[in-house]
Ligand binder design. Structure first.
Ligand code: GCW
Length: 685
């Protein structure tokens, strides 16, 4: 039997004997699933498992339609009017949407879960199960719901040797020893977890496509990959592969990978045909090209539109798409060169190509202009690409954010990104409206993220990091949900409905991003982290490197001048309203100050503190806040599985060690540089 950790939020705990239990038993005792697609098979299976596990009944099996009190169907298969449902209701939701409705007929109460398609029924079923787990009333339901974003994608950074780039949760569940894993049980559970929060696409291999992975699109692997695609298909997810742009050469067929070469074009067309023969609903390719030494069109003096369109043409007739990443910058920068600014790179590379991409290309843009730091402004490419489909890229894996040792609940950060107003078409041009396709009427768009799972028993290393995986799915389904609502759902699905546990864990999650920021790099400067593995402090670790990631601290001050007048001019990439705010020293929000401005340590923040005093204060405070996280958690001993309790406690201990190291190194560094004493006379080394 699987442990609760193993099943994550699909543990389906026995529902406590409470007021609702009778209501649930009455409705859920007899369910009937109308429909026989693969997805309906998954729905039946899920309901059987869930209702069995949650109810106090020995056997749970499907009943007949006539007896059923819980009916799952798509809008085509039932006579909606019999249940008081106006069929026109369904025109207001999209293909993946659903209706959950209670219906009373004499003595009998019924709940209907009606999807617009089978996928809608699947999402509706998971929604319904969530209500039961959250102890909600199901007496008078009328929930009409559909996802706001079309593409809701997961990017695995898994390598075929079983390792995971930036993975903090064990080894890959997909690959081991240069092969596809023989036991795919966990892949199926992963498909269930992802579907339960509405994710509908997945790329299963690292965007850095190395030697062996380049062969994924050949006979050596494609049949086994088709098996994985089959598992995901049953849960509504399309499978994508990351590909190597130089495949025609690396696979030994051609001398060139020039995107304008005829033979190269044919090669990709044939390749696409081969893939679609075994995976008829193959999603398409994810491509990291001309980025961090990966091959791309630049080798042939071609641009990114040439590169992406080559693949788009090959996939087009099969309905496939190309997800082309915009993480393109000079990673061989000379630190002496003060003109080049890495933050400007994505915009400079892609803005001039707006409108030049085929309609089945999506550009995938990281949320910030640098690289998943604790706080970055939103990438100015959002809003700037008016004629090019766009996908926003988040990172659920906490690469720079504590690597799932330190607690960092990311939904509040993601919400800030989605709610950010770009002013691209005047006020209200928020990132969420851009990526959901409504602002510019993109053909296809949405959100993708780098996964944080591995084969650790609890999937995410730190049990509390499951909240990020869950929260990602829920938020991209509906960016208007609040971080608080999402966190609450996850806590109750994971730890049950004890008020005290809910309150403590919720506050731990909600405070955690700010705490991590306090003891690492507040005021938007980022980096100062150990190079390569990216855990723990190293203030000058990146200062004289080739990566374009500098803080420019000297005896007088720190920060990067990105203003138009005296700096790199990065602020000019924003629309006027944001440009003016960021460019102005007095208007720039404190949390981004050092991202945009180089200031003396004595510069006074809006909060009234000087920059140096803020650095001292927040670093001392951050460590105390970690101690209070530990106290909160310790108070919950005995209220959950021992294994869960100890897993998190152990991570919090590591976090405290890390936070102290950050505090002391950062404070000491700036004290030595500036010679300015801490006003409060605390110990600085
Ligand atoms: O920040 C960098 C990571 C790399 C990653 C790259 C990317 C997959 O450190 O590990 O490579 O981003 O997003 O391509």
């Amino acid at each position: 039997k699987q442990t609760p950790a193993y099943k994550c939020w699909l543990n389906y705990d026995l529902i406590a004997k409470n007021d609702r239990l009778e209501e649930y038993k009455e409705i859920c005792g007899d369910f009937n699933v109308l429909g026989d697609t693969l997805i309906y098979k998954s729905i039946k299976e899920e309901l059987t498992v869930a209702l069995h596990s949650m109810s106090h009944k020995e056997e749970v099996a499907e009943s007949t339609f006539e007896d059923a009190t819980l009916i799952i169907s798509d809008s085509e298969r039932v006579n909606l009017e019999d249940y008081g449902v106006e069929p026109s209701l369904f025109s207001s939701i999209n293909e993946e949407g659903f209706l959950i409705k209670s219906f009373h007929n004499g003595e009998r109460n019924t709940v209907l879960i009606i999807g617009k398609t089978d996928k809608g029924s699947l999402y509706g079923t998971y929604h319904f199960l969530r209500l039961l787990q959250g102890n909600e009333s199901i007496e008078a339901l009328h929930i009409l719901n559909s996802p706001k974003n079309r593409v809701r994608m997961m990017n695995q950074w898994d390598n075929v040797d079983g390792s995971i780039e930036r993975g903090y949760s064990g080894q890959s569940i997909f690959f081991e020893n240069d092969q596809i894993t023989s036991n795919l049980d966990r892949v199926k559970d992963y498909a269930r977890l992802l579907a339960s929060v509405g994710v509908n696409a997945i790329s299963i291999n690292n965007v850095n496509v190395w030697k062996v992975e380049t062969h994924f699109i050949t006979n050596r692997f494609i049949n086994e990959i088709a098996d994985i695609a089959g598992i995901f298909r049953a849960y509504g997810l399309k499978l994508f592969l990351s590909i190597n742009f130089a495949s025609p050469i690396e696979l030994g067929d051609l001398q060139t990978a020039d995107p304008l070469d005829k033979e190269v074009k044919n090669w990709w067309k044939e390749k696409a045909a081969e893939i679609y023969k075994v995976i008829p609903d193959f999603g398409g390719f994810v491509v990291k090209a001309d980025s961090e030494h990966r091959p791309g069109p630049f080798s042939y003096d071609r641009n990114h539109a040439d590169g992406a369109n080559l693949l788009a043409e090959a996939l087009e007739s099969f309905g496939g798409i190309v997800v082309w990443r915009c993480f393109v910058y000079n990673c061989m920068q000379d630190w002496r060169d003060r003109k080049t600014d890495r933050a400007k790179a994505a915009y400079e590379n892609f803005k001039p190509l707006d409108g030049k991409f085929h309609s089945n290309v999506i550009l995938q843009v990281k949320n910030g202009p640098m690289d998943f730091q604790v706080r970055e402004p939103v990438s100015p490419l959002f809003g700037a690409l008016q004629q090019t489909n766009q996908v926003l890229e988040f990172q659920i894996a906490q690469e720079y954010l504590g690597q799932q040792k330190d607690l960092c609940f990311l939904v509040p950060m993601w919400k800030e990104v989605l709610d950010f107003d770009t002013y691209a078409k005047g006020e209200g041009s928020t990132v969420k409206k851009i990526v959901d396709g409504s602002l510019y009427d993109y053909q296809i768009s949405g959100i993708a993220a780098v996964s944080n799972i591995g084969n650790d028993e609890n999937w995410t290393g730190n049990t509390l990091a499951q909240a990020n995986l869950y929260g990602y799915g829920r938020l991209i389904w509906d960016p208007d949900l609040t971080a608080d609502e999402i966190a609450k759902e996850w806590v109750s699905l994971t730890f049950g409905n004890d008020d005290n546990v809910q309150e403590q864990v919720l506050s731990m999650l909600m405070d955690s991003w700010g705490i991590y920021e306090n003891y690492t790099t507040p005021l938007g400067i980022g980096w100062m982290i150990n190079p390569h593995h990216h855990y723990g402090p190293n203030v000058d670790g990146y200062e004289y490197s080739r990566w374009g990631t500098y803080h420019f601290a000297d005896r007088d001050g720190l920060g990067v001048d990105r203003t138009i007048e005296t700096g790199t001019g990065y602020t000019a990439q924003y629309f006027k309203e944001n440009q003016e705010i960021y460019n102005s020293l007095s208007d720039c929000p404190d949390e981004f100050l050092l991202f945009f401005h180089h200031v003396p340590y004595t510069h006074v923040l809006k909060s009234g503190e000087t920059v140096i005093q803020h650095y001292y204060n927040s670093h001392f405070k951050g460590v105390e806040q970690v101690k209070s996280l530990i106290e909160k958690w310790t108070s919950l001993e005995g209220k959950m599985e021992k294994q869960q309790f100890e897993n998190v406690l152990n991570r919090l201990d590591m976090q405290l060690t890390n936070a102290k190291e950050w505090r002391d190194q950062v404070n000491t560094y700036f004290y030595r540089k500036s010679g300015i004493e801490d006003e409060k006379g605390r110990k600085i080394y």
